[in-house]
Design a protein around this ligand. Structure first.
Ligand code: AMP
Length: 114
């Protein structure tokens, strides 16, 4: 059996994380290597490797993830805005094969992204 991803281990409480939001389908925690003053990783509890792996069964979960974003932003006081990033696949630099959003805030961000 393939070994658990680091995010699955966080879901299963096998390794600690600084959790900022949780509901039945979603979990959000502070990134261990923050790229901005606020850097939160938001994941589905269901193990979905990437966007190509999403099925129509996952529609509700994707909706819940997106609906969690403004709640998390409000709870963290991100009143000056935030950037929502999803690295999908090798060229985008996806390291953890468990679908996730990055919520980045606390500094200005350039465009186009690097
Ligand atoms: P990505 O490159 O989009 O796959 O992002 C994976 C993110 O997970 C990186 O920003 C890592 O710093 C973060 N990360 C990896 N392990 C942990 C961990 N144990 N706790 C919190 N964040 C983590």
């Amino acid at each position: 059996m393939a070994s658990k991803s680091v995010f699955k281990r966080i879901i299963d409480r096998e390794i600690p994380a600084d959790i900022v939001y949780e509901d039945g389908d979603c979990l959000a925690f502070r990134d261990i290597n923050p790229q901005s003053p606020v850097h939160v990783v938001l994941i589905p509890k269901k193990e979905i490797a990437d966007f190509q792996s999403v099925t129509t069964e996952d529609e509700a979960i994707l909706g819940k993830l997106l609906m969690a974003v403004p709640r998390i932003a409000a709870s963290l006081g991100l009143n000056n805005g935030f950037r929502l990033v999803l690295n999908n696949g090798r060229d985008a630099g996806q390291e953890v094969k468990h679908l996730h959003f990055h919520i980045l805030a606390g500094r200005p961000f350039g465009w186009p992204p690097g």
